[in-house]
Design a protein around this ligand. Structure first.
Ligand code: NDP
Ligand code: GDR
Length: 360
């Protein structure tokens, strides 16, 4: 793909290139003619599944997609990679991004998610790239945490509710500070939840759609979930990475909310996903005793497991993307209902392929 697109002469560096957003952003930037450098972590097993289709053999001289080993906790590595790439744009997407896991690994999460952002900003300064390199920080609607107002916008006060959100709060403010202190083109995208068939398997939407595909193929009996009452503003990741790019194309750096403006209960997403394979749920009980039954067969398909409850929860997220509409011309396109359908369909395909392979 990228080889056929003429170069636009720009170089981008993406941290977290192997993640959901890193994969979609790499595709977007390559299709626009960027040379894309990505930082990936050393892992004992392959972690490049999401970017395999755009991987280019470094032995081919004109490769436009170049991977470097690295880690957000290693400033020497970050300085060296930034020095080698001399990027026009850095997208800082790398993070320990799982909210519940951040309660188990709070110090590591702070190191990677908070100090990691600082390390990259300092790399830009140490190398004297303040005027050349634009910086995007993957900020999050988790910053809003305990509900202060709805819908949440760029001016809504923050109240983080997890070690992850507290770490991202530091990253948000250090970006604002470096912009004001050193005149850097550094921006925050405050992105509400965005999902896709590439979503990590332990985030709730993908956990649901994978389980529904497995249950419909007779490979799994039941889906265990935590808080079904939580409400999220879910959009499609492919559309959100375009928003990231637009943020860095603005003459002046600034902070923007990207969201759909609609919110949906986890419970509703579960119902839709089962509907997409012809199963219709009815709920019985409440709280930890709530269960979802297939109306036709009476089989219990969903059960609440308190192990998935978080010590502190974010109950309601609904974003106001007005500023992004007006200043960036950005808007979401895919409804959450269609997003759910797409994810179920893709997980059904994955399940079918796995079944065929196993039989073969
Ligand atoms: P993923 O969890 O899918 O990807 C995270 C990426 O960061 C992976 O490539 C991961 O590598 C990498 N990573 C993790 N720790 C380190 C580290 N110490 N050093 C280097 N790389 C590391 O997240 P998403 O793509 O969904 O999200 C991208 C960013 O946007 C994250 O910062 C997230 O917090 C933020 N965000 C996400 C939202 C969403 O709804 N998706 C909403 C708002 C913000 P590996 O593949 O090896 O694990
Ligand atoms: P979130 O996403 O915490 O919003 O963070 P996640 O999908 O993990 O949870 C959403 C809501 O669903 C509830 N929930 C469950 N969650 C998980 N993971 N597993 C379950 O079994 C389950 N049952 C119910 C959660 O309690 C929560 O209320 C995501 C991440 O991508 C962050 O990196 C990002 O910053 C925010 O979105 C915006």
């Amino acid at each position: 793909m990228s080889v056929q697109v003429p170069s636009n002469g720009k170089v981008a560096l993406i941290t977290g290139v192997t993640g959901q957003d890193g994969a979609y952003l790499s595709e977007l930037l390559l299709s626009q003619g960027y040379v894309v450098h990505g930082i990936k972590r050393r892992s004992s097993s392959f972690n490049t599944g999401r970017i395999e289709h755009i991987y280019q053999d470094p032995h081919e001289g004109d490769a436009r997609f170049i991977l470097h080993y690295g880690d957000m906790t290693d400033s020497t590595n970050l300085i060296r990679v930034v020095q080698q790439c001399q990027p026009d744009e850095i997208y800082n997407l790398a993070a320990q991004s799982h909210v519940q896991v951040s309660f188990e690994t709070p110090e590591y999460t702070a190191n990677a998610d908070a100090i990691g952002a600082l390390r990259l900003l300092e790399a830009i300064r140490i190398l004297g790239l303040e005027k050349k390199t634009r910086f995007y920080q993957a900020s999050t609607s988790e910053l809003y945490g305990l509900v202060q107002e709805v819908p949440q916008s760029e001016t809504t006060p923050f109240y983080p509710r997890s070690p992850y959100a507290a770490a991202k709060l530091y990253a948000y403010w250090i970006v604002v500070n470096y912009r004001e202190a050193y005149g850097m083109h550094a921006s925050n995208g405050i992105l509400f939840n965005h999902e896709s068939p590439l979503r990590g398997e332990t985030f709730v939407t993908r956990k649901i759609t994978r389980a529904v595909a497995a249950i419909s193929h007779g490979k799994q009996q039941k889906l265990y979930l935590g808080n079904l009452d939580a409400k999220r503003d879910w959009g499609h990741a492919r559309e959100y990475v375009r928003g990231m790019w637009l943020i860095l194309q603005q003459e002046t750096a600034d902070d923007y909310v990207l969201a759909t403006g609609e919110t949906t209960e986890v419970r509703k997403f579960v119902e839709w996903a089962f509907e997409d394979v012809g199963l219709h749920l009815e709920w019985r009980g409440s709280g930890v005793d709530e269960k979802g039954y297939d109306k036709a067969s009476g089989r219990c398909l969903v059960e609440v497991d308190p192990r998935y409850f978080r010590p502190t929860e974010v109950d309601l997220l609904i974003g106001n993307p007005k500023k992004a509409h007006e200043k960036l011309g950005w808007t979401h396109e895919t409804s959450v209902r269609d997003l759910c359908r797409e994810m179920v369909q893709e997980d059904l395909k994955v399940m079918q392929t796995a079944t065929v392979m196993k039989e073969a």
